[in-house]
Design a protein. Sequence first.
Length: 133
Amino acid sequence: MFSYFTVTTANQILPEVIKKYKFVLSCKAEVMKVEQQLQMSVSTTNSFEEYVTLKQNLNEKITKFYQSIDDLEKTGVVIKSIEEGLLDFPAKRFDDEIWLCWKDGETEIKFWHEKDVGFMGRKPLEVSDESLV
């Protein structure tokens, strides 16, 4: 079910979101590792058995990766960039839809931007910003 975040609710869920994001990263690394093994297998072996086993392993890792993305986004956040560590939380400012913005390494939600503006348009949250609901 969809809902808007407040700064408070976004910060409350942030530790869980960060944990899930880190799991997405580890799943992506597993996919990339098996992809490399598969590529090496193509050029260094004549064994179909090894290739098929690696290919099945890759399929499992990809499935796990996409499941981890789904699990993260079921928290209500939207992944903007896995590589850059950008996640957005849907929110409202007055009657306008906005994004509360988090970047990997930050310990709390400190920025927001309009929905049609990306990371470069981030604005700091005001301590007394009661316009954010």
